[in-house]
Design a protein around this ligand. Structure first.
Ligand SMILES: Nc1ncnc2c1ncn2[C@@H]1O[C@H](COP(=O)(O)OP(=O)(O)OP(=O)(O)O)[C@@H](O)[C@H]1O
Ligand SMILES: [Mg+2]
Length: 358
């Protein structure tokens, strides 16, 4: 496999603030790669080092196999798309998109052809003569994309490009971006703090926390097999419950959650003693009758929260000090449960992940 971008032990500090702490990753050519993490974890700094706007303190950064340490931003085969699209307000859509090629002295005929292709790609052919003020947010975003893609970068760097759009337009643009990325085959590195966005579009996601990478994997890898408590908590919605590990073997861990004892598959660095278990909201089953699952317990329904596509039940289990949340899809055919009602809840061992405490 060929890699368009490779970072090896890249570190960046600002004064005594470590913004990026010895991170390494490789982005396969032609893939959609996301940097996902909470505010301040170092995503934009990582992107800016890739574009050359920021210099790492140490480590190696290669693009298309070439060491970038002495290559200034304008000589790198990258282009950046920002959250604020920074279109030229006095120029038409055509002139905005043609800007890169015109500074590079591309002949007029070829320039026109390239602008035409780029606008077709982002579905804006009918808007060539408009000014940015006559466009919607989503359309401006597409102009910004066309303006970056027309330069034919090897790698397109996108820093929260959909951040200024409303929810509905965001999800439309996510699909649109993915389609465009597939069509042009350019490597995309996409920065976001929105897990749903990263899940929808990415081939691979690097989950960042506090200047470091916690896990790199496909969306289903990080959802189904979170490598740390942070990832389990950040991606999707999960119950994190304090447990005691009472027995460890290569086949099974014996776990005690309050009065409830059950076995779960072994996980990496867990030893006997205090640990944290994660079971996702949608993996907790709830029923009026007793459940045939690996772990079951009686519980009282506290709250029932209707979210549109699902109902989220907050449950107080018997003999367990923590509340447990169960999420049931809402299709109109499932049993409904009311606050105060006595129910059975449970989950299967395979749905449980164990993490060392701390
Ligand atoms: N030029 C700078 N000078 C000083 N500190 C900086 C500078 N740029 C970033 N930082 C700090 O480095 C850390 C990482 O910043 P960065 O912008 O990379 O975060 P981010 O993950 O992009 O966050 P957000 O989601 O809020 O955009 C933050 O603590 C930030 O305050
Ligand atoms: Mg940022």
């Amino acid at each position: 496999m060929e890699f368009d971008v490779e970072l090896e032990n890249i570190t960046k500090t600002f004064g005594d603030q470590v913004a990026v702490d010895s991170i390494s990753f490789r982005v396969p050519r032609g893939s959609f790669f996301s940097l996902l993490g909470p505010s301040g974890c170092g995503k934009s700094t990582t992107l800016r080092m890739t574009s050359g706007f920021e210099q790492p303190d140490s480590g190696v950064l290669r693009i298309a196999g070439e060491d970038m340490s002495r290559v200034p931003p304008y000589r790198r085969p990258t282009n950046m798309v920002f959250q604020r699209w920074a279109l030229f307000p006095h120029m038409t859509v055509f002139e905005n998109v043609a800007f890169g090629p015109s500074t590079r002295r591309v002949a007029a005929a070829e320039r026109r052809q390239r602008v035409g292709e780029a606008l077709e790609l982002v579905d804006l052919t009918a808007f060539v003569d408009r000014k940015p003020s006559q466009l919607s947010g989503g359309q401006m975003q597409r102009v910004a994309l066309a303006r970056a893609l027309i330069n034919r970068p090897k790698v397109l760097l996108l820093d929260e490009p959909l951040g200024a759009l409303d929810l509905k337009l965001r999800s439309q643009m996510q699909l649109e971006l993915k389609r465009i990325q597939k069509e042009v085959g350019t490597t995309f590195i996409y920065v976001t703090h929105d897990q749903g966005e990263a899940m929808t579009m990415s081939d691979q996601i690097a989950v960042m926390n506090d200047a470091r990478i916690e896990q790199i994997g496909s969306p289903s890898d990080i959802y189904d097999r979170p490598a740390s408590r942070f990832v389990a908590d950040f991606i999707g919605s999960t119950n994190l419950l304090p447990v005691q590990v009472t027995g460890c073997s290569s086949e099974m861990n014996e776990v005690r959650l309050g009065a409830l004892a059950f076995a779960v598959p072994p996980s990496g660095n867990v030893t006997e003693g205090a640990a944290v278990m994660s079971v996702r909201h949608e993996q907790v089953k709830i029923a009026h009758e007793r459940l045939d699952l690996d772990a079951t317990v009686g519980a009282r329904v506290g709250e029932a929260i209707f979210t549109g596509s699902a109902v989220r039940y907050v449950l107080t289990p018997e003999g367990i000090d923590s509340e447990i949340v169960a999420e049931v899809p809402h299709s109109g055919v499932e049993a409904q449960f009311s606050p105060g009602e006595q129910v059975h809840i449970g989950w299967n061992a395979a749905a449980v992940k164990l993490f060392a405490d701390g």
